[in-house]
Design a protein around this ligand. Structure first.
Ligand code: NIG
Ligand code: FE
Length: 389
């Protein structure tokens, strides 16, 4: 397999403190050698070994590919009208999910697959090299299993979210829907997924229902992650910690006890500022979580209802401007933080042995991701050693 050296990287975030300086293990005037799908060498350009191919980064900054650990890409349809209504003062509710469920059920496999492909590509062009995605807009045995099969063609990080809302077909009997989600639907979905998720929220599933669903998923080998404390205070975060979930996602409304639970457990807090932006809701307090010692991830939550962005740079800029994060913290959360939320050690860092996922920016450092919001700075992306953009 051919080796490639990328030289003249003005400043390279490695997220490996043994390789570089400062909180992100930054190497100045760096070079990276890629062999196949792996990084095999990181150091200063002047010491880089000779290889088959040489790419001159011409002073661009480098960082690990973004790890977007939370998205909902298997959907059809559009909710422009709902967004317009919100921007005229209407508030967000989980009920809008029903609009996408109807459109998704009516779509062909080909249309859904093309949609996922389009948004994975869109994210890749913005530097995202690992992307988790969920079912949750089917809510029948067949439609949920179909969503997961389609998702699995595009990513290894697939999440079963049959418990997004109670299916409209079971509006009068939510307990029967929980039985379906933990029974025949789980049977059909477990083979296609790595994770199980529940939207634990008023209007979706309460703490007891969520516990039942997550435990049933865990018994089938799926690791829990939870949509927790997005729209209101509630039991989601503490349930996530209690069950050893990989991540509690949203974390917008947190009590001190919620923060303490996250700080004492292994569950990552995944913050999704695109959702607060697009629903005009209060921002999650990243500063409070970081100061308490919680591991924080930043992700897009890309979905047609509450957060229709695939852009990790946009989320970084929001987190720095409005959630109390420094640029270093936001970039770490969007790379190493996402990797932690997916329990991955092969991505989110640039070091010998890691997967060769690397993004170059038309900028002298990663700080420009927040300093130059809205500017398309991503100029090259390698995923598993392959130049993709
Ligand atoms: O993460 N919170 C629940 N699910 C999505 C919203 C889905 C939708 O509105 O379609 C979220 O924000
Ligand atoms: Fe979500």
């Amino acid at each position: 397999m051919a080796t490639t050296v990328i030289t003249n990287i003005s400043s390279l975030v490695t997220n490996d403190l043994s390789l570089g300086e400062g909180p992100l293990g930054t190497v100045q005037d760096a070079a990276v050698v890629i062999d196949g799908d792996r990084v095999v060498w990181v150091g200063t350009s002047s010491k880089a070994p000779a290889t088959d191919n040489r790419v001159d980064a011409e002073g661009r900054a480098g960082l690990p590919g973004f790890v977007d650990s939370h998205s909902h890409l298997v959907f059809a349809g559009d909710r422009t009208a709902e967004f317009n209504a919100r921007m005229s003062g209407r508030s967000y509710s989980a009920g809008g999910i029903r609009t996408t469920v109807a459109a998704t059920r009516a779509a062909t496999d080909e249309a859904l697959d093309a949609n996922v492909r389009r948004y994975v590509r869109e994210a890749l062009r913005q530097g995202t090299t690992v992307l988790e995605t969920k079912s949750g807009y089917g809510l029948t045995v067949e439609d949920e299993a179909r969503a997961l099969r389609i998702a699995a063609a595009h990513t290894d990080e697939v999440t079963y979210l049959g418990a997004h809302i109670v299916s409209p077909d079971y509006a009068d009997d939510p307990a029967a829907y929980v039985d379906l989600v933990t029974g025949p639907m789980l049977d059909a979905c477990a083979p296609h997924a790595r994770w199980v998720d529940v939207f634990c929220e008023q209007g979706a599933f309460d703490g007891d229902q969520a516990r039942t669903i997550l435990k049933a998923g865990a018994a089938r080998g799926l690791t829990p992650r939870v949509h927790a404390n997005q729209l209101s205070y509630g039991p989601g975060v503490q349930l996530a910690v209690e069950l050893g979930a990989a991540s509690a996602d949203h974390c917008t409304h947190l009590t001190d006890a919620d923060v303490d639970a996250l700080a004492s457990g292994t569950t990552v807090a995944t913050l999704l500022p695109g959702a607060e932006f697009s629903t005009r809701a209060q921002w999650p307090d990243a500063r409070r979580l970081l100061d308490a010692g919680v591991t924080v991830a930043l992700s897009t939550d890309c979905n047609p209802g509450s957060s229709f962005t695939s852009s990790m740079p946009f989320c970084i800029a929001l987190a720095v401007r409005d959630m109390g994060m420094t640029p270093d913290e936001a970039v770490r959360s969007a790379t190493a933080g996402g990797a932690a939320a997916l329990r991955r050690t092969d991505v989110g860092r640039i070091a010998p042995g890691a997967r060769a996922d690397l993004t170059l920016l038309d900028a002298p450092s990663h700080v420009h991701l927040a300093y130059r919001p809205g500017v398309p700075l991503v100029s090259a992306v390698w995923r598993a050693g392959v130049r993709e953009a």
